[in-house]
Design a binder for this molecule. Structure first.
Ligand SMILES: [Zn+2]
Length: 160
């Protein structure tokens, strides 16, 4: 974690926060890592000829031996297997398409949120953003409220 200077109030804040903790200024989101996508094999093909095609695709794409490729597909029968990670979304999609054509069920996973499939990526990112802004707004509202209360107290104290 690094400290940066808030462009609005000039105080030091974490570069990972969504907004300034001092003034609530919303910070621009950091550009996401491009190589954060993984291809996960959720279900290997069942027909022998499809398994053969899938194995050949894995041999070609992942530089495996044919036996390792078969073992990989066997273990994917039990639970999903990450075939390759740290890919760009384009290469992950291309890889997934190759395997889908061979009859496998694969999904492209956004590494920044490991459990969500790509389909829900944009909506969860939006939800996070909304939550972040809401939180900043609440903090600012509380700070303003406390300041106002102090001001009123001070005024009342001065009057009496
Ligand atoms: Zn600030």
């Amino acid at each position: 974690m690094a400290l940066i200077t808030c462009p609005e109030c000039g105080k030091e804040i974490s570069d990972r926060s969504a907004c300034c903790v001092h003034c609530g200024y919303p910070l621009p989101p950091k550009p996401p890592e491009p190589n954060r996508f993984s291809v996960v094999l959720t279900s290997p093909p069942h027909y022998p000829e499809n398994r053969k095609r899938m194995a050949l695709a894995l041999v070609k794409e992942l530089d495996l031996s044919e036996k390792d490729a078969m073992d990989l597909m066997d273990s994917a029968e039990q639970k999903p297997v990450v075939l390759r990670s740290e890919m760009t979304v384009e290469s992950a999609r291309a890889f997934a398409n190759t395997l889908q054509r061979a009859g496998a069920y694969v999904k492209v996973v956004d590494g920044s949120s490991p459990d969500s499939p790509e389909a829900s990526m944009s909506s969860s990112a939006l939800a996070k953003e909304r939550h972040g802004l809401g939180f900043c707004g609440t903090v600012v509202a509380v700070v303003v409220g406390v300041l106002a209360a102090h001001l009123i107290m001070a005024l009342l104290g001065g009057l009496f």
